[in-house]
Write a protein that binds this ligand. Sequence first.
Ligand code: XMP
Length: 514
Amino acid sequence: MQDIWIIDFGSQYTQLITRKSRELGYSSLIMTFDDCAEKLKAGEKPLAFILSGGPQSIFEDDTDYNIIFDQKLPLLGICYGMQIMSEKLGGKVERGVQGEYGHALVQTQGSSELSHLPGSFNVWMSHFDHVVTPPTDFEVILKSGNGLIAGIENKALKMMGLQFHPEVNHTDHGSEILEHFFKDIANLKQNWSDEVMLEQCRSEVAAVKGSKVLCAFSGGVDSLVAATIAEKELGEDLYCFFVDNGLLRPQDYHHIEVLQKETPLNIEFIDAKDLFYSKLKGVSDPEKKRKAIGTTFIEVFEQKVHQFEKEKDIKFDYLLQGTLYPDVIESISPHKKGGKSVTIKSHHNVGGLPERMKLQLLEPLKFLFKDEVRVLGEALGLQYDWVHRHPFPGPGIGVRVLGEVSESAVKKVQKSDQILFEELHAQSLYQASWQAFTVLLPVKTVGVKGDARAYEEVICLRIVNSTDGMTATWTDLPASFLGKVSSRIVNEVEGVTRVVYDITSKPPGTIEWE
Ligand code: XMP
C-alpha cells in the first residue's frame, strides 16, 4: 500500500501527524530525511510528503532537499517544513528576532476552501524564523493576528504550508485543515480504516504460515492482540510462553488463568520466581535491578525454549512481539541519530532474545499506535477489559519496591495494588486513568495502630493520565476515593502506616519511581 511519508525534522508533535492522518482515513509513515532519500533512490514513492516542524533554523541547515521536490508530488510543510518549502520554491524566510510559541489567532484570507472556517480562530504556533514572502504563485490563506503569514497554498503544485501545528488539539479546526490538504490540495483517496489495519497485520503473520512461532507473552494488550492475530493464522504453530518472575500483581495471575481458560491460546506458564529473587538479592540500584531482571528473563526463557524444543522435537523460527509504532519511531528519531537522546531508563523486556536464539522477528503491530491496537483487539472479539488494561512494565513490581527487592516488600505492593485495583473498579474509575499503581517507599514513619505506636513503611499511590507514556499528568481523583483506598491499605496491608499521593507530572517526574 502506498502511504503519505512524514519526514521527521524532530518536532515533538510528529507522531500526532500520523495519528491525525489515520483518523482522517489516510495512511502515513514517519521517516527521517535520509531514509526517505534512500527509498526514493530505490524507486519507492509516497502518495504525498509532509515535512514536519523541527527545532532547527533553515539558516543553519545546508541539506539538499531537491530529491523531495524533484518528485513533483503533493507536499505539506508544517512550521520548519513550510520554511524549507518556501525557500526551495523561491520565497523568502526571515530569521526571527523573537520566537512565537503557544496560542495565536489566525485569520482566513483569499479563495481557499478554508475560507469557510470562522474568520479568525486559535492555533498552536511554535517557530522562530518565518516566511515573509511566499513562493511565486502561492496564495496566502491564513495570516496571524500580528500580520505574519500563517498559511499558503498552490493548488496547481498541490502544495501547502502552515506556520502552526494543525496536528495538535490546541489548534482549532486542525483536522479540517489537514483534511483540506489531503482532499482538496493533494486529491488523495482515503486508504486507511480498521479493516485495512487488521488486514495488514493478518497478512504479515500469514506470510510465515508453516513456521513455528514463539511469543514472549505477558498478557498485556499488545502481546495479547499480536498473539490473537497470530493464532487465527497459525493455530497450533503458535506457542505463548509466560514467565512468572514473582514481580507480578494478583490481577496479572488472575488474568493469565482467565486467558488460559477463555482463549484458544496455548500458554505455557513458567515459574521462575526463586531464580529472579536470588538474582535480585543485594541489588538496590534501579538500573542494576532492571538489568538483572532483563538478563534473568532471557536466561529463563532461553533455557525453557531449548528444553521445550528438545522434548517436542521442534525448532522455533520466529519470535512474535507486540512492538508498537512509537517504539519503532523512537529508534528512527533524528534526535537519536544525532545522539541527542538520553536513556532515562533502560527498558528490558525481551531485548537481546532474538539475536541470541537466532530467531527472526515477527512484529505485526509495528505500524500501530496503542489506541489502534485496542480497536483491533475489540474487532478480534477480545473482551473490553482485556484490551483496555493499564500498561504494566516488564520489570513489574521490581521497580515499584524502591531499593532492594524482597518477597515481603513485594507482598506489600501486591496487596496494596489489589486494593487500589478493586476500588478503581468498584467506583468505576479504572478507565478514568491511564495507569494506576502503588509503590513501596523505603522510609519508616510513625503511626498509631490500635492503641499501639507503629513505626512502618509508606505506600505511594501513582495514578496518571497519558496517551502514550511519553508525558503524563497526575489524575485528579475524588478525595473520597483516595481516602477509601488509603484507609483500606493502612488497615489491610501489614507493615504500612501511611499512604501518600504522588502529584508529579511527567516531565519532570517519570511515571515509574525507578
Ligand atoms: P516512565 O517511568 O519511563 O514510564 O515514565 C513510561 C511508561 O513505560 C512503562 N515502563 C516500562 N514498560 N518495560 C516496559 O514494558 C520497562 O522496562 C518499562 N519501564 C517503564 C511505564 O510503566 C509507563 O507506562
